[in-house]
Design a protein around this ligand. Structure first.
Ligand SMILES: [Zn+2]
Length: 702
């Protein structure tokens, strides 16, 4: 299989127009980064793991890039499955087994096996049915039961398990948002954990004497489509796959504002690969793509482009019969009958060699009520209740993570995070909206561009002094929160100018959507998929604010102090570390460790959890368990493999730091790590218990 040749042929035939445009755009973008004039001073080009196009790589390289993005670069250890059949139920036409297996040492996975009543000793073709976001019913969801029963009628053994956060695994700390944002700093993803469960489910299927290990298929809708696409790309033991309700083109979906669960946003994925390139990793194994023509989550235009590009890719490889896109008329997002019938036909052809691969009529199949105890592996909650949640496991893993990065590697990482995002990021277009005389000086409202499309609105207080020194303040509540006489007046009286800025997505730049949510989650999640975490983009805004100060002949850049209050302390720490024009920095009201941002949902009833699973974080991009709070924009994928927050103190050689008003303090170790790092510079102060005030700042500056 030669992807380079295949890609060139697709482009030559005009079959890949969407992909080509995307490729051209990205090539322009990357060459601009390479030649950017700021590069020599504070910025380096991004080198994301997947840079380069999947088409221009061997499939092994494509698979490696995808592994990086999903957080499975290092395959987890294949620990004992300790699988157990807990109960067996004879349900007339079929047999139902409740099974538990361990995908990781402390991660039990409840599963159901649907068995045809065949004579013993036969090895059956098997289908792994993976779940969409059926949080409450999980594997017991009616549509999932019907799919399994009909496949049994057709002679298959079917396995279905509760995905993380679903069904019997729907616990606080396992919801995709909270688990997902907790795994990201470790360089892992919730999707990677879901895929690992499916890989281990295949291990279990292959271990059964009644399964033919060479004839295993995988199918799922929505989140199950995601799981199918990603698992099949990485595990060639799946000989046939059906991805339903998850066929789309990343670029157009993001461009038109698509928004969904955290499991969709793999770090840097949209920079390194398109959907059809991931689908291409399943080639030449049979892949059916199903999308409802009325799907409002992943609309049909995007699905058509992704599906057609995948079909074209298979056809170049000489396997055109093995990929097919069916856009199902009039169907919304879901696993309704037409989807299921398409799955039956595809599995029948490709796992048993019979039929033509077209849909097979389902007939009448009735499901058990989804609360029937026979569908549960752990009806009294004894087996699963002791298992740690994903958030708990992430916190534990963060505490024992080993790092061997040098200071220079850490600095390089920080420089990349705040590198320019586009080719004209030196363009500033300053506008002064208003200038007023106030007691002791002037107050201006100004707006300047950070980069194309990203305006920074700012307030500037300037004392009546020649070339005053500058205190630059970013507050996560926006610049209006800086406009406090108790803060601004003492600084002006001490002859400091004050510039308060709204970093992107804060203050005036945080829009509210028609559905009542604000744009923060959208901003955060898309930045992750783009491979440009929001904290770094906001750090770039801080550095651009310094550019603005430098452009004003009536202000001094010498001795510039940058202050970050709340979550935007992180962008200030990033910018002030990489941009040496910032002499001193303040982190106020922020965390002491990235591990403090690993936060489960609120402690609430299961019913409430089911209602809020996707709205709590999607409403405003905030993680909040009632005691600890963090903005999801503070989460940087993989950062804990490079450094943790206390190491900012060590990276800043000769430029003092003030840390005050720490929040989310979890352990004395976090505090001790800071004290050790800060003790190297007597001008740096560590005051975790003191709130940020003008008096504290001025006494530190004296
Ligand atoms: Zn999800």
């Amino acid at each position: 299989m030669d992807f380079i040749r295949a890609g060139q042929q697709l482009v030559a035939r005009g079959q890949l127009t969407g992909g080509t445009r995307w490729l051209q755009r990205r090539t322009r973008f990357e060459s601009a980064e390479q030649s950017h004039p700021r590069r020599g001073r504070i910025c380096r080009p991004v080198s994301s793991a997947g840079t380069g196009t999947g088409l221009a790589r061997a499939p092994q390289a494509g698979r490696a890039a995808f592994r990086d993005s999903i957080g499975l670069t290092r395959t987890p250890e294949r620990t004992p499955l300790n699988a157990k059949v807990l109960r067996t139920h004879d349900l007339g036409d079929y047999v139902l087994e409740n099974v538990i297996f361990y995908s990781r040492p402390e991660t039990p996975v409840p599963a159901n096996i649907y068995l045809p009543k065949t004579p013993p000793g036969r090895r059956l073709p098997a289908v792994l049915s993976v779940l969409g976001h059926w949080l409450g019913d999980g594997k017991a969801a009616e549509q999932n039961q019907i799919l399994a029963q009909k496949l049994v009628q057709l002679g298959f053994l079917v396995m279905t398990y509760d995905a993380i956060g679903h069904g019997e695994r729907n616990d606080r700390g396992n919801t995709h948002h909270h688990a997902g944002y907790s795994l990201l700093p470790l360089g892992e993803t919730i999707a990677g954990w879901m895929v690992w469960d499916s890989i281990r489910a295949a291990d279990y299927l292959q271990s059964r004497p009644d399964v033919d290990p060479q004839r295993i298929g995988i199918a799922g809708n929505s989140g199950g489509g995601l799981n199918t696409l990603f698992t099949s790309a990485l595990d060639s033991r799946f000989r046939a796959a059906v991805v339903a309700g998850y066929v789309f083109e990343f670029q157009s979906w993001m461009k038109y504002g698509g928004s969904h669960c955290t499991c969709v946003y793999l770090p840097g994925l949209s920079r390194s690969m398109e959907w059809f390139e991931i689908a291409g990793l399943t080639a030449p194994r049979p892949l059916l793509m199903l999308q409802g023509a009325r799907d409002s989550i992943f609309p049909r235009t995007s699905a058509r482009r992704a599906g057609r590009a995948t079909e074209a890719l298979y056809s170049i490889l000489g396997e055109h019969k093995n990929a097919r896109l069916d856009l199902i008329p009039n169907e919304p997002h879901g696993l309704t009958k037409p989807f299921r019938e398409a799955i039956y036909g595809w599995m029948k052809l490709h796992l048993t060699g019979s039929g033509d691969g077209q849909p097979i009529s389902e007939g009448e199949v009735s499901a058990l009520p989804s609360n029937d105890p026979r569908l549960l592996c752990d009806p009294d909650g004894k087996l699963l209740s002791g298992a740690p949640s994903i958030v708990q496991l992430a916190i534990r893993n963060a505490a024992k993570i080993g790092r061997s990065t040098s200071r220079e590697q850490q600095l390089e990482y920080v420089r990349r995070l705040i590198a320019p995002g586009n080719e004209e990021s030196d363009l500033q277009r300053v506008r002064t909206v208003e200038k007023l005389n106030i007691s002791g000086g002037t107050r201006e409202k100004v707006v300047f561009l950070s980069e194309i499309g990203e305006y920074v609105p700012a307030l500037l207080w300037r004392p009546n002094a020649t070339k005053p020194r500058m205190v630059l303040i970013a507050n996560s509540k926006g610049k209006a929160a800086v406009d406090e006489p108790s803060l601004v007046e003492p600084l002006l009286a001490a002859a400091f100018a004050v510039l308060a800025v709204d970093l992107r997505g804060r203050g005036e730049t945080l829009a509210t959507r028609a559905n009542g949510r604000d744009n923060n989650y959208h901003f955060v999640s898309h930045s992750i998929m783009w491979g440009r975490p929001l904290a770094g983009r906001r750090g770039f805004d801080v550095s651009r604010s310094v550019d603005y100060v430098a452009s004003r002949p009536d202000l001094s850049i010498d001795g510039l102090v940058a202050v970050g209050v709340g979550d935007v302390a992180l962008p200030v720490l990033l910018a002030s570390t990489a941009d040496t024009r910032i002499s001193r920095a303040v982190s106020a009201g922020y965390d002491l460790s990235f591990a403090s941002q690993m936060i489960a949902g609120r402690n609430t009833s299961r019913e409430q959890l089911l209602k809020t699973w996707n709205s709590g974080v999607m409403a405003n991009g905030k993680l909040d368990d009632g005691e600890h709070q963090a903005d999801a924009g503070s989460v940087i994928p993989g950062v804990l493999n490079v450094f943790d927050l206390p190491e900012f103190a060590g990276m800043r050689s000769d430029r003092p730091l003030l840390v005050c008003g720490a929040r989310n303090m979890r352990s004395p170790e976090q505090q001790r790590a800071w004290e050790t790092e800060m003790s190297r510079d007597t001008r740096s102060w560590f005051r975790p218990d003191e709130p940020f005030t003008a008096e504290l700042l001025l006494s530190w500056l004296r």
